[in-house]
Design a protein around this ligand. Structure first.
Ligand SMILES: [Zn+2]
Length: 143
């Protein structure tokens, strides 16, 4: 299996691309119980707890080794037990109910003669919408 040596596991990706200085004392949430290579990274990074959804590879040597490594390092491991078996995301409900997470668009203005403003690029549009959203949220909090 060539893919096995070419891919970067999710645990490595999460640890290497974290949004903090380090992950010492943190908990990592994973879909599958980490393999032995990821267990080494988890231990070396200082993560203290692993929460996993599935242990379907429990009989594999890599998983057995992983459990032994994590146990020896004192990393707590526990299986996530969801209260619901599934979550359904219905993207059509947004169109049907008229719900939107974006602020209302400003009313269209009729074209005015004279020089027209430069069309805003996408980043400007996102910045304006974000500013409007932040103002709305600040208003909601009475700020
Ligand atoms: Zn792995």
């Amino acid at each position: 299996m060539v893919y096995a040596i070419l891919v970067c596991h999710a645990e490595m990706n999460a640890i290497m691309n974290k949004n903090s200085a380090d992950v010492k004392g943190c908990t990592i949430y994973v879909a599958l119980f980490p393999c032995n290579e990821c267990a080494k990274l988890i231990i070396q990074s200082g993560i203290r707890k692993v929460v996993y959804a599935s242990d379907k590879h429990a009989s594999k040597k890599s998983t057995i080794a992983s459990k032994r490594l994590l146990e020896m390092a004192g990393v707590e491991c526990c299986q996530y037990e969801p209260k619901r078996r599934q979550v359904v995301i219905d993207f059509d409900v947004i169109d049907r109910s008229g719900l939107s997470q974006l602020p209302d668009s400003p009313p269209r203005q009729s074209p005015v003669p004279g020089p027209q403003p430069e069309p805003a690029d996408c980043a400007d549009s996102v910045r304006r919408n974000l500013s409007a959203l932040m103002v709305e949220q600040a208003g909601d909090q009475g700020l």
